[in-house]
Design a protein around this ligand. Structure first.
Ligand SMILES: O=C(O)C[C@@H](O)[C@H](O)C(=O)CO
Length: 272
């Protein structure tokens, strides 16, 4: 199996709390992006001190209360399945702060991390403030929920986005990359993809490759898998009959998403 593909680990941390993924430190070799998925049974708590990391807590499914300092945001989350395709609530918490998530119902949260030094205010990102974007045409159509885009200055490094790709379509396509710290031409952003499929026995193909093919891996991502994109192009293809969801976390030295398409496939975007 590719070292870029991570299967759910489901490590029980405490009563009612299961760490589904922990893509931090040595698990990933990423410098700028960390990622966890945590399942919480109703009434259970998960919290931590963010030593040198900022964090965006995304209420993937279920309802949660999130506490940071004197603030508590109650009953966050809008859906029982990501495939309800409605935006959800998230909370941005700055580096070195302590936060706690309490499960109001059974819930799944994503924790998106990046190193950060400058303190920013804790921010509730309400579902109804999320910009929903429809991109692409032909078999390249996808629905995008911009949770923390680069136009929103609420974070120091983190970019967070949800993407739905319908049956038989492609996303992150034509293949694009953002692995050169060379603005304004291109930014360097590492990336993680947390995948789900509807129905859940589905799978998608994700290729991660560079121009010189020193990296060229094509992976089958199944429901709940994470794909790590340290560099290179990273298109996703969705088989007929299945809908794909993924949550992207991106971060790098500059908080700007400036990508370039693979020139061989640029014509795809230029079709009438
Ligand atoms: O297909 C899309 O538009 C989503 C992708 O852009 C995805 O968010 C990504 O590849 C980010 O680099």
């Amino acid at each position: 199996m590719s070292h870029l593909l991570k299967k759910p680990q489901r490590v029980v941390k405490s009563e009612g709390v299961t760490i589904v993924h922990d893509i931090t430190g040595e698990q990933s070799n990423l410098e700028y992006v960390g990622f966890k998925v945590v399942d919480l049974e109703k009434g259970s708590f998960y919290g931590e001190q963010l030593n040198g990391l900022e964090c965006c807590i995304v209420a993937l499914t279920g309802r949660v209360d999130i506490k940071e300092g004197k603030e508590t945001f109650e009953n966050l989350g809008t859906r029982d399945s990501v495939f309800e395709q409605k935006p959800t609530d998230s909370v941005y918490v700055s580096n070195d702060r302590i936060y706690e998530v309490k499960a109001v119902t059974d819930a799944r949260v994503a924790l998106c991390y990046s190193p950060s030094e400058e303190q920013l205010p804790t921010k509730l990102i309400k579902a109804d403030s999320i910009d929903v974007e429809h991109r692409g045409k032909y078999n390249n159509k996808r629905r995008v929920h911009n949770i923390l885009p680069d136009s929103d200055p609420s974070a120091n490094s983190l970019l967070v986005v949800e993407v739905y790709t319908e049956s038989g379509n492609w996303s992150s396509y034509p293949p694009h990359k953002h692995d050169q710290d060379n603005l304004p031409e291109e930014s360097f952003l590492e990336e993680t993809y947390y995948h789900e499929m509807d129905p859940p026995q589905g799978f998608v193909f994700q290729r991660v490759y560079t121009d010189d093919r020193s990296l060229d891996e094509t992976m089958t991502a199944e429901n709940g898998d994470v794909v790590i994109v340290p560099k290179g192009y990273h298109p996703v293809g969705v088989p007929d009959g299945y809908t794909s969801y993924y949550l992207n976390v991106m971060a790098g030295p500059v908080r700007k998403w400036k990508f370039n398409n693979d020139e061989d496939h640029e014509w795809i975007v230029n079709r009438d």
